[in-house]
Design a binder for this molecule. Structure first.
Ligand code: NAD
Ligand code: ZN
Length: 245
């Protein structure tokens, strides 16, 4: 069943020039990155929704930084998996390729993806609350609370928290690309967190062939042209193999 569906998607990709891939926490699951919604996403009994917010950071920046330091220390040890590498191969095959990720773990870049749109930011950058500059920072452990080397202001993780708006320029680039895309893959995302949850439907409405690759069915599975259940680290390499050289 999966083989037939994968072959169909591979044919669609071969016949098109513009391909977009949207990834979520599921693509990093096989690398060992905890997803937010599983029990492995808990830290000292706090839920991510109670720590990844501007209010939590205002109330207790040290606590929020301790949580980020914990996540950075776990993720620093991890490696991209076959799913990440397959997307690097797909990028080479497609004439016009865009990778949009909701993940903040940096694993697409580590695998070699050239220019992923990290729409929720990255764990490996920090931003100064005072002078607004952002810097790469890969220190593990990070000194808590981290201070800006330019102005001494408090640094925050350069990620988009629950309740925060996405960068306008990034959103504009994404919607422009969704209007033109011919084939879209939605990999390992629960289709709950907006606005990413609507990207597949936007592309579909604009005429794209949209395929979901996920370990389980999601609330949107029936809305797409194709929904394939399985692990990203197995399905994506198979897809790339079917596309051929
Ligand atoms: P999510 O945790 O809500 O959903 C993960 C989805 O991946 C689920 O639908 C699950 O069925 C699927 N999945 C799990 N393992 C899979 C596998 N091996 N292969 C294919 N599919 C698999 O994640 P989300 O939709 O990305 O939303 C969570 C939000 O939290 C995002 O905004 C993201 O920024 C953030 N987050 C990021 C990371 C990360 O950077 N790796 C981790 C956790 C959460
Ligand atoms: Zn500063």
């Amino acid at each position: 069943m999966n083989t037939w569906a994968i072959r169909q998607v591979a044919e669609k990709i071969k016949a098109s020039t513009r391909v977009v891939v949207l990834t979520g926490a599921g693509i990093s699951q096989e690398s060992g990155v905890p997803t937010f919604r599983g029990a492995d996403g808990l830290w000292k009994n706090f839920r991510a929704e109670d720590l990844a917010t501007p209010e939590a950071f205002d109330r207790d920046p040290l606590l929020v930084w301790q949580w980020y330091d914990w996540r950075r220390s776990l993720i620093k040890l991890l490696k991209p998996n076959a799913g990440h590498y397959a997307l690097v191969e797909l990028e080479k095959k497609a004439e016009d390729f865009t990778l949009i990720t909701q993940n903040v773990d940096g694993l697409h870049k580590a695998a070699g993806s050239r220019n992923p749109i990290e729409m929720h930011g990255t764990l490996w950058r920090v931003r100064c609350l005072q002078c607004k500059k952002s810097f790469e920072n890969k220190e593990v452990p990070i000194q808590i609370p981290p201070k800006c080397t330019t102005c001494g202001g408090l640094l925050r993780p350069d990620v988009v928290w629950f309740g925060e708006a996405l960068d306008e320029k990034i959103l504009h680039a994404i919607y422009t690309c969704l209007q033109r895309v011919e084939v879209m893959l939605i990999v390992g995302t629960s289709a709950i967190v907006q606005p990413a949850a609507s990207f597949g439907l936007v592309a579909k409405r604009a005429g794209a062939f949209v395929t979901e690759l996920n370990r389980s069915r999601t609330a949107q599975s029936s809305l797409f042209d194709c929904s394939i259940q399985g692990k990203a680290g197995e399905l994506l390499p198979q897809l790339v193999e079917h596309i051929g050289p």
